[in-house]
Design a protein around this ligand. Structure first.
Ligand code: SF4
Length: 279
């Protein structure tokens, strides 16, 4: 049985950086916590807990600990609250997310209505929104949302880093006709698109596709949906133990990919198990 592993499967730059910063902090600081799970991988969160990094759900419940800010950042209020409490901060906000926050802030300061393309409930988007001081800031998911907006003459546009470029482009096109000036910062990070394109390529040439990552990971779930549209025999697994040997009966080629929050060691365990089964 041949195994094809997508080239960029697993951690993106921002997640890798955040995880490394967390392990380094665990070595040097005493009490550590992260505001929400550091990444959507229960196995990695358990490992971090073993290193003394606990997960807390609100800034208010933090006491004397060092706080790790996750790769998708926090809101301005949360950050100010941490600073008021004078808690040591390890800021693992991905630099691409920081850029989106900075551009949104700049647009607001310069008097633009700020439109953010993204999921309103996502912590990254809530963080970006919090940096805008303009009276009008809008989060839109698609072109239909834009049609319902009343924007000013000057409109600024940014995106949640994981948005699809096509959607961002369509929204920009819609906005052009609705204002006098449109200023666009393309804040999309290509890690998501690269993983999705590679997953499509692999799923198209295999008999079975395995997508590895947290069942609570939105980007892994999206990869699994993309793959199952191409290869109906697609299975979303969190670890090697979830592989059902029956899936591989008569299979000549199996494809693998993994979400941006899937640790390398979990991918390796899946590869090893497949090699065992192939013997
Ligand atoms: S997907 Fe992109 S923006 Fe988000 S954490 Fe990874 S590298 Fe940073």
């Amino acid at each position: 049985m041949k195994i094809i592993l997508a080239r960029s499967a697993g951690f993106c730059f921002g997640v890798k950086r955040a995880v490394n910063m967390a392990f380094q902090a665990a070595e040097s600081a005493g009490h550590i916590c992260s505001l929400g799970p550091l990444i959507h991988s229960p196995q990695l969160v358990a490992r971090l807990e073993g290193e003394g990094i606990r997960v807390v759900n609100s800034v208010e419940s933090m006491t004397d600990e060092t706080v790790i800010i996750r790769s998708h950042g926090v809101t301005r209020d949360e950050e100010e609250c941490l600073r008021r409490k004078q808690l040591p901060i390890v800021d693992a906000t991905c630099p691409f997310v920081k850029k989106a926050q900075e551009y949104a802030e700049l647009l607001g300061r310069e008097g633009y209505s700020v439109v953010i393309v993204g999921e309103a409930e996502h912590p990254e988007v809530q963080g970006i929104v919090s940096y805008v001081q303009a009276p009008s800031v809008f989060v839109v998911a698609d072109v239909a949302d834009v049609r319902a907006l009343r924007v000013g003459k000057k409109v600024g546009l940014v995106a949640q880093t994981t948005q699809a470029y096509e959607n961002f482009h369509a929204i920009a096109q819609e906005l052009i006709g609705r204002c006098k000036e449109l200023r666009i910062f393309n804040t999309i990070c290509d890690a998501t698109a690269v993983r999705q394109n590679e997953a499509r390529e692999v799923a198209a040439v295999v008999d079975v596709m395995l997508v590895i990552g947290g069942h609570n990971s939105a980007n892994t779930n999206r990869l699994a949906r993309i793959c199952s549209d191409i290869q109906p025999k697609t299975y979303h697994i969190e670890t090697a133990s979830e592989i059902d040997n029956g899936w591989l009966d008569g299979v000549k080629t199996v494809g693998l990919t993994a979400g941006a929050s899937t640790p390398e060691w979990i991918i390796s365990e899946v590869v090893e198990k497949l090699k065992e089964l192939a013997k």
